[in-house]
Design a protein around this ligand. Sequence first.
Ligand code: PMP
Ligand code: GLU
Length: 397
Amino acid sequence: MKLTDRINAIKPSPTLAITMKANALRAEGRDIIGFGAGEPDFDTPDNVKQAAIRAIEAGFTKYTPVGGIDELKDAIIGKLERDNGLSYNRTQIAVSCGAKHTLYNLAQVLFEEGDEVIIPSPYWVSYPDIVILTGAKPVILETKSSEGFKIQPAHLEAAIGERTRAVIINSPSNPSGVAYSPAEMEKLANVLVGKGVLVISDDIYEKILYDGMPFANVPSVCPAMKDLTVVVNGLSKSHAMTGWRIGYAAGPADIIAAVTKLQSQNTSNPNSIAQKASVEALNGDQAVVITMVREFEKRRNVIVERLNAIPGITCMAPQGAFYVFPSIAGLLGRKQGGKVLTTSADWAAYLLEEANVAVIPGGEFGHDDHLRLSYATSMANIEKGLDRIHAAVMKSK
Ligand code: PMP
Ligand code: GLU
């Protein structure tokens, strides 16, 4: 069947594909340890589940306003004010079916052929494809591990050209776990002031920060950029609600109106029950979030230590999110079973075959000499998985 050039220009999400493959192997009886999925292994908090049950029992099971119910918009407005010191009104909020959908909608209403969108690398796998689908060009701004994978303000400045429409900033970052301090974020924001470049601030890992690090995004440190920023966030990571599919955008009313119009012609409203559950997630007790982050921090410490103990692997300690992005530069070119393992994909395939461990090749995030491991899995799995990776590496020559 003839398919459009548009759809042929993108690839399936590799993070989801590898996670599905690991699940399929498990279903066949293989004892796979998954470091693939970027998904909290915790259950959705009980108060959130109860709110959803109440919504069903009350018959809150019909279409809602396209961009979300006022009650949820108000909960989001409250959260942005409380956590980020940012004021919005209901016309500046659109709720969608997950932050991925929010990003997709934003790209569709903001970018087109001839536009360039700056995407710092390592980047989350879906950003380039979401941009490509609009006809715009992703411009990859490479950050170096020697610079802690942080965008250097001068490099950002140099990447901005006449066609630059937007830059996507994701702190804490998937996959590197790097987070910008308020002072660092301010330096980036200062580069952007007066340039007319939009910021898409993907704050999905906002709550998952370690070592007491405060969260910062561009509009919170640089009010002059607020009207040129769209904040993207959601409940998937902060409240272990990946399956509920709620994400949102906060930004200029004209952009939000366009997103809502687009959504009225594709998904209509996000799920009514999940919206009620999200109101509880945002307004209810946040103790569960704190417990989850404490546990992630313990796991981070263990996984970083275990990775650095493997000859050929070096791993920075991430400041947030639940990923590590170790360098495997010291392993590329090694041989195993007559095959030369030259790329991160070769290494990921080898680890799956040899060690029954699923990881994501760094090439998918723009850095082929790295791997991404999600430590949103139990400490026991981390220990066992790292034993296996260590043994598989020692076996290669
Ligand atoms: N942004 C980043 C950086 C992500 O890692 C993800 C993956 N979950 C998303 C956005 C989308 O999350 P969701 O669609 O589950 O809200
Ligand atoms: N964002 C998560 C990840 O990077 C979930 C999968 C996806 O949406 O890509 O693994």
